[in-house]
Design a protein around this ligand. Structure first.
Ligand code: BG6
Length: 475
């Protein structure tokens, strides 16, 4: 594995720890090697020593960590210096033939120069796979420009566009729940589902990524990719098989069926917010405009809520409420399927409580699946009381659960494309979000402020209450 951006934040926070976990679990081939590259001229010894502090997990036993480090080698590679790539290629090609994974964990403007150099030095042969990290462009045009440039050197079956949400165990479990049980699928449609909510809330603010984030915003950072991918997994038709294109073919149909939000409907169907100072977990936190690297008059959104609709037979008329934000009260990612009321209620309604069934699939902080139902209240009257059927996925199986990046890295190594995003999916997702971005930009209406530690601007609740619905946490 050749890791471009080996000294960067992603490599240190996610990729190397995930590779260590795979190594520790015995999932890396004994001869697998990691060649980290970066623009700083470092020796392997210094590089590996630097990992001790920033990468080594607390659970790494000395022997296992040493063996992992012995797999690593550092090569100085600046994308503007062809000679660096000659040396790199020589090193890679001198090894026994086998799969080569080039992971581009760099700034996106380096993707094309790196691919050019890889091709020039023969590192685009069929056994080479490249992994492209998001963001892949900042709009449809720039996304297409990168994809077209990369396609000159690599076939689509060599390109792994990563969306780490697809590597989360519970996202795959969603497929298992839907298509492995006879119970849910017949109900998974407009006749029985009132609405679907997908939330990805973070406690964190923009941290040290202000420069990047201020030019990006939550719609590009989270909705265009993670939220729309989750929406596809919830809404797609059963694929004919588990083959990579069978699944991706179904996802693209959903993206194509997403009803475009016309400029005149953007204000009524979307909410964008920006956090102000507040408190999270009892600790004061600064507002977005006070964060490092943020323009003092920035309009960038740190919160988005959208009412989307899928125009097909299964979902016509069912609102899909999407929401994501930074500096929310807690870190939670979940999908909520809100079922309709029974057609003819015969029991007295429990006061102030919802009588609708609801399936809550929680991705984080813990993985769980909870089905809210009603049962009889003990006693001599036939009154109902809510209860839930719980599947606590973390404790229901003792099998080790790989993190999202580990799972996806192993998939690349094994040549499995199913959990990676195809080019047409990306194009379609950009096509859907771009008019929203344009309308926001042209409207000159600033993002609505919300206090850090709350669930976003009041307009987010209003978006649902107009339809008689409530966000799940607020119930
Ligand atoms: C990344 C975004 O893709 O996902 C970040 O760029 C965000 O802004 C992160 O914090 C969230 O991922 P997770 O897995 O921690 O929910």
């Amino acid at each position: 594995m050749v890791l471009f951006g080996g000294t960067g934040d992603l490599a240190r926070r996610k990729l190397l720890p995930s590779l260590f976990d795979a190594h520790h679990a015995g999932l890396l081939h004994p001869s697998a090697r990691i060649l980290a590259t970066g623009s700083q001229p470092l020796g392997t010894g210094d590089y590996v020593a630097s990992l001790e502090q920033s990468v080594r997990p607390a659970h790494a036993l000395p022997e296992s960590w040493e063996k992992f480090c012995a797999r690593i080698c550092y090569v100085h590679a600046d994308a503007r210096v062809p000679a660096h790539f000659d040396a790199l290629a020589e090193k890679v090609l001198s090894r026994k033939p086998g799969a080569v994974v080039c992971y581009l964990a760099t700034a996106p403007h380096l993707f094309v120069p790196i691919c050019e150099q890889l091709a020039r030095t023969g590192l685009n042969r069929p056994t080479v796979r490249i992994v492209l990290e998001k963001p892949l462009g900042h709009d449809l045009e720039s996304n297409e420009a990168i994809n077209s440039a990369v396609a000159k050197f690599f076939g689509e079956d060599q390109i792994y566009r990563i969306d780490h949400y697809l590597g989360k165990e519970s996202v795959q479990n969603l497929m298992a729940i839907r298509f492995g049980n006879a119970l849910f699928e017949p109900l998974w449609r407009r006749e029985w589902v009132q609405d679907v909510q997908i939330t990805i809330a973070e406690e964190l603010g923009v941290e040290t990524r202000g420069d990047f984030y201020d030019g990006t915003g939550a719609l590009r950072d989270m909705v265009q990719n993670h939220l729309l991918q989750l929406l596809c997994m919830v809404a797609m038709e059963p694929p004919a098989s588990l083959s990579e294109d069978a699944i991706r073919d179904e996802k693209i149909k959903i993206l194509k069926a997403l009803k475009p939000i016309a400029p005149q409907d953007v204000a009524g169907n979307t909410v964008r917010g920006q956090y102000r100072s507040g408190a999270i977990g009892g600790k004061p936190v600064p507002g977005y405009l006070e964060e490092q690297g943020i323009a003092p008059d920035s309009h960038t959104e740190t919160f988005v809520a959208i009412k989307a609709e899928i125009a097909n037979w299964r979902w016509a008329g069912v609102p899909f409420y999407l929401r994501t934000g930074k500096r929310m009260p807690s870190r939670v990612a979940e999908i909520v399927i809100q079922f309709r009321e029974v057609p003819h209620p015969i029991f007295p309604r429990p006061l102030g409580l919802s009588t609708q069934n609801r399936l809550v699939i929680r991705l984080q902080p813990e993985e769980s699946i909870r089905l809210y139902c009603l049962v009889k209240q003990p006693g001599d009257t036939l009154a109902l009381t809510p209860t839930s059927l719980d599947l606590d996925l973390a404790t229901s199986s003792r099998a080790r659960r790989a993190g999202a990046y580990e799972r996806l890295l192993l998939d690349v190594i094994r040549g499995r494309l199913g959990l990676f995003v195809r080019r047409d999916e990306q194009v379609q997702a950009w096509r859907w979000v771009e008019p929203i971005l344009d309308t926001w930009r042209n409207s000159m209406v600033p993002a609505k402020p919300y206090t850090a530690g709350t669930w976003g601007p009041a307009a987010s609740s209003a978006l649902l209450s107009r339809d008689g619905a409530l966000w799940h946490e607020e119930v």
